[in-house]
Ligand binder design. Structure first.
Ligand code: GLU
Length: 410
């Protein structure tokens, strides 16, 4: 299998060829502006020292300050973070918010650390990189393994060096300069565009079945949204495995179960299935909302969904993507489908800069407008150029970044 960065590169190259992008511009756009790798030592609760590696990959700032999440996961490595940083550059351009792209992470298994240790880890990471990010440079946000609490620690630590600066990070708690609706935003955006995609094919959510892999921040809000919209969510899963119920899963019961037990294990609302089985279920819509690289050349031919909505970043390998094209399965790509999170991050940053708060209905309205407008644009490019939705999204994103680069000069 290709490395994460090679895979991202392949999607970029394909679109760059369709748009006849010059080699010099390609070189400029694929080369990251800055790669940061730092040692992050902490004192464990038992007094021992533990050393971790932290990354912040700053891919491109042609359209504005760089933006992207911070991931705490044991598989975090330089190649993956760089790939995810480049996805952020195209993602912010596709939804046309004034940002570039970055991503960070620490290679750590969060389950091995206490809350106090996680706080020390986060603060120490900020100590190492505080001069390299900030409201007008690069703005971190939550991703896998991090949440609003992590962002609150980042803001607090950053302010020790730089003074009051809530806009240095987004996805903060609502009580601490966070935006209403940021937590639900990625799932809500995924739900909104799932409905939009079905509509284009003359289908309705009420007559559709859905399987969702991942029941974390993105998966839970996506499931709730589609369930409320009248869809039948027949399968969900997390690291403990999946649940299948052909009559439709009681999403509220699953949410209550996970809130209490911290995992879907033993959830009684359906039959147990594996994560691998979930991906090949006979459903209308498949939504990978967890890890990358789950749809591969090994299972792509067995996928029975007609529509795939990429709520996760990089869930489909280029080999699997080719198979889906041949099989005429529509894939709504990550850089559009899951852009709701960074879009509401932008709203949070704007509110922080203006010392002004929006209410939830305004956040939801503006999110829906941004997502729908971007979707319509990508859809019309796909039809005009006769390319898949992924290529169309890259054409839009790369076009905007390269025009900004030419206009601004180097
Ligand atoms: N981690 C999210 C993403 O991959 C959100 C990034 C942000 O809000 O900056 O899009």
């Amino acid at each position: 299998m290709k490395s994460a960065f090679e895979a991202a590169q392949q999607y970029f190259d394909e679109a760059a060829t369709v748009m006849d992008l010059s080699h010099s511009m390609r070189d400029l756009l694929v080369t990251p502006e800055r790669e940061i790798k730092v040692q992050v030592p902490i004192k464990r609760d038992n007094g021992e020292i533990a050393t971790f590696i932290g990354y912040r990959m700053q891919h491109n700032s042609a359209r504005g300050p760089m933006k992207g999440g911070l991931r705490y996961h044991h598989e975090v490595n330089a190649d993956e973070v760089l790939a995810l940083a480049s996805l952020m550059t195209w993602k912010t351009a596709v939804v046309d918010i004034p940002y570039g792209g970055a991503k960070g992470g620490i290679s750590v298994n969060t389950k091995d650390l206490s809350l106090d240790e996680l706080e020390r880890l986060t603060r120490r990471f900020v100590d190492e990189i505080h001069d390299l990010f900030g409201p007008d440079k690069d703005i971190p946000a939550p991703d896998m393994g991090t949440n609003a609490q992590t962002m609150a620690w980042i803001m607090n630590q950053y302010e020790k060096f730089h003074g009051f600066a809530p806009a240095c990070v987004t996805g903060k708690p609502v009580e601490l300069y966070g935006a209403e609706g940021r937590e639900e935003a990625t799932g809500r955006g995924v739900g909104t565009l799932t409905l939009a995609l079905l509509r284009k094919f003359g289908r309705s959510i009420e007559s559709s079945t859905v399987a969702i892999q991942g029941f974390g921040n993105v998966g839970t809000f996506t499931a709730s949204y589609l369930h409320k919209a009248g869809g039948k969510v027949v399968a969900i899963s997390d690291v403990s495995g999946g649940v299948l119920n052909r009559a439709g899963i009681d999403i509220q019961a699953a949410l209550d179960w996970v809130t209490e037990k911290k995992s879907l294990a033993n959830f009684p609302g359906g039959d147990r299935i594996t994560n691998e089985e979930l991906l090949t279920l006979d459903v209308d819509v498949l939504i990978p909302a967890a890890l990358g690289n789950v749809l591969t050349e090994d299972n792509a031919k067995d996928v029975r969904a007609k529509y795939i909505v990429e709520a996760a970043n990089g869930p489909t390998t280029p080999e699997a993507d080719t198979i889906f094209r041949q099989r005429e399965i529509s894939v709504l790509p990550d850089i559009l489908a899951n852009a709701g999170g960074v879009t509401v991050s932008y709203f949070e940053w704007v509110q922080n800069q203006q010392y002004f708060r929006w209410d939830l209905s305004r956040v939801r309205e503006e999110l829906e407008r941004t997502m729908t407008r971007s979707f319509d644009k990508v859809w019309s490019i796909a039809n005009e150029k006769k390319v898949p939705l992924r290529t169309a999204a890259y054409l839009l994103g790369i076009g905007r970044v390269s025009r900004a680069t030419v206009l601004g000069g180097i």
